[in-house]
Ligand binder design. Sequence first.
Ligand SMILES: NC(=O)c1ccc[n+]([C@@H]2O[C@H](COP(=O)([O-])OP(=O)(O)OC[C@H]3O[C@@H](n4cnc5c(N)ncnc54)[C@H](OP(=O)(O)O)[C@@H]3O)[C@@H](O)[C@H]2O)c1
Length: 256
Amino acid sequence: MIKSGQVAIVTGASSGIGLAFCYALAKRGVNLVLVARSEDRLLALSQELERDYAISSYVVPLDLSRSDAVFEIRRVVQSFKLSVDVIINNAGFDDFGDFLETPWTDHASMLQAMLICPTRLCYEFLPDMKKKQAGCIINVGSIVGLFTLKLFKRSRPRVLYGPIKSYLIDYTRSLSRRYRADGIVCQALCPGLTWSEFHQRSGESDIYKRIPKRFWLTSEAVVDQSLAALSREKTVVVTGWYNQLLNQLHRRIFLG
Ligand SMILES: NC(=O)c1ccc[n+]([C@@H]2O[C@H](COP(=O)([O-])OP(=O)(O)OC[C@H]3O[C@@H](n4cnc5c(N)ncnc54)[C@H](OP(=O)(O)O)[C@@H]3O)[C@@H](O)[C@H]2O)c1
């Protein structure tokens, strides 16, 4: 499924789950288009991966909330005459704060970066995959996106994050139904609590103290589970036994 010499686009490549995808794919000999805002981190990563794994990597420092972000990625892909085999739509972040107290421009950039951009990235590169009758798409959702009713009380209720992730999961299911016959495998990866920079960035560092360590996975474990499930062609992948159990319970109780 994932083969040496292929080309993967990874968004949010500079930290956490995206970074772990980069190492895992580089180890398998996959060439990488690295996308995130932090140019310095991407350049250092690119050098390290090229040196240690003898792959090629292409750094695209980019804010995905820009409306032309996908064109910029396409421009880089075309300028190096790459043919994209794998898309990992991973970049993401939490709500900025209380819904009504947050300026609309912030909500608009969240929707652009986490909903429009991943949708469009698939749209742009699916035709090439269809031609090759092969390809992989991993859209990183969240366990939160599977829960129709929220099981947890949060100190800072999210309004957009859950629905965006639910959309990504359903979008992936639709893509999978439509393009599986064309040899394209689509996965909605639904992690639970994962060690990364996500919670610090959303100002929730206290969560590390509140929730015991046994409920957390490393980004590397999340990626291992995702790639293992890819070869089984599983469309929705929930990582970690605890999250899988929660998901089963939720389905039984609320979805009948
Ligand atoms: N950590 C968890 O507990 C958890 C649980 C479920 C789902 N997830 C999902 O997993 C994905 C990865 O998150 P993570 O946990 O690895 O968090 P993270 O360590 O904060 O990584 C987020 C990545 O997204 C990039 N990014 C953020 N905003 C961006 C923008 N506007 N344009 C371009 N890149 C942007 C960041 O890079 P720059 O800052 O350099 O741009 C970074 O590389 C997200 O979609 C998140 O929703 C995480």
